[in-house]
Design a protein around this ligand. Structure first.
Ligand SMILES: Cc1ncc(C[n+]2csc(CCOP(=O)(O)OP(=O)(O)O)c2C)c(N)n1
Ligand SMILES: [Mg+2]
Length: 354
């Protein structure tokens, strides 16, 4: 059951994990994996920095919740899974959507509410979606995606394939009844789902300490006889290995996994958050553990790539981000005829078939 536990309220440290062995290969992580992690996290970070700036300039409306600081969860999840594995998450969905294969063009156009967006401009920041890449949203109701994730995984089991579903939610969702109902049935029916609690310490302005006495969330899984772990979310290596263990369990028919991944968001809950509930020192302490900087240092230290090659990659991504803004601005808004589409599977009333 719980294999690795980070002490209560302790800032997760990633100092020693760079030499950690890849759980699947039994060897150190290779150059290709480090470069894949770096590229993905750097792209997500640059995309969101641009999105935050444009939102501040009121180029697009609605909400804008950024994943900045939490990118190692996206990187480690993708390297440990295959494209046919499903992923579902809450409203903080930009980085995970991009990790699953949504392009920067489709993502930025969605923020702008344009027809070329990944949800045809009808979802916005909180509701990225891509059937093509098995990315099932982008959900605004806290905890609502937990039973949906279990249901997607149930469908895969029913169809007899070996896909595993990654179901993300925040620490604020842990006390929703839907989580407990889903955990119970997923365990009972051995559903191939990995429940992932992104424990970033806060639900809007409410710290975990103010909402519960349970400081080790991973224990919630153990109550339902689900294999559970607490994971350092500032480490791509640790995230990859924990997800890989869950994937193996799911593919073998051994049922669900619950990961409490300790992470941190550097920005406010959404773009209109004065952040009075935490100190600047706390934010700075976590920034010192930044997964992007850590992975870059590992790449350079091990000579997996030269500084010039990394710079060239960064420049290429920078151009991709600039281009996606132009693409979004020049794209059309959805047609009025789109308004009532994509609500029901059937085109016409009564919307129910036998
Ligand atoms: C059922 C429900 N209650 C309240 C809200 C308002 N709300 C939006 S986000 C949020 C905090 C959720 O925090 P957490 O789950 O930790 O996710 P994080 O924002 O940290 O990623 C709340 C209370 C909501 N969207 N849905
Ligand atoms: Mg939270």
């Amino acid at each position: 059951m719980g294999t690795k536990v980070i002490k209560e309220n302790q800032v997760a440290t990633n100092g020693a994990v760079n030499t950690e062995i890849n759980y699947q290969t039994g060897k150190a992580f290779d150059a290709k994996t480090y470069l894949q992690w770096y590229e993905l996290m750097y792209k997500a970070r640059r995309f969101e920095e641009m999105a935050g700036m444009l939102y501040g300039e009121q180029k697009f409306r609605g909400f804008c919740h950024l994943y900045i600081g939490q990118e190692a969860l996206a990187a480690g999840s993708i390297s440990a899974t295959k494209p046919s594995d499903a992923l579902i998450t809450a409203y903080r969905c930009h980085a995970l959507g991009i990790a699953k294969g949504i392009t920067c063009n489709e993502a930025m156009a969605e923020l702008y509410g344009k027809a070329t967006g990944c949800s045809k401009g009808k979802g916005g920041s909180m509701h990225f979606f891509s059937k093509e890449h098995n990315f099932y949203g982008g959900h605004g109701i806290v905890g609502a995606q937990i039973p949906l994730g279990a249901g997607i995984a149930f469908a895969d089991k029913f169809k007899g394939n070996d896909n595993v579903t990654l179901c993300f939610f925040g620490d604020g969702a842990a006390w929703q009844g839907a989580l407990h109902e889903s955990f119970n049935l997923a365990s009972l029916w051995k559903i191939p789902v990995i429940f992932i609690c992104e424990n970033n310490g806060y639900a809007m302005g409410t710290s975990v300490k103010r909402s519960t006495r349970v400081m080790n969330f991973y224990k919630l899984g153990e109550v339902y006889e689900i294999a559970s772990e607490q994971v350092d979310g500032m480490s791509c290596e640790a995230v990859h290995n924990a997800i890989a263990r869950g994937v193996e369990r799911g593919r073998k028919g051994e049922g669900p996994t619950f990961l409490e991944i300790k992470t941190y968001r550097y920005k406010g809950h959404s773009s209109s958050d004065p952040q009075k509930y935490r100190t600047k020192d706390e934010v700075e302490a976590y920034k010192k553990l930044d997964p992007i900087e850590t992975i870059k240092a590992t790449i350079l230290k091990n000579k997996f790539a030269t500084a010039a090659a990394i710079e060239a990659m960064e420049e290429r991504i920078g151009e991709e981000i600039d281009a996606c803004v132009k693409f979004a601005e020049e794209s059309p808004f959805p047609d009025n005829a789109e308004l009532l589409k994509d609500i029901y599977a059937e085109d016409h009333y009564p919307f129910i078939t036998d």
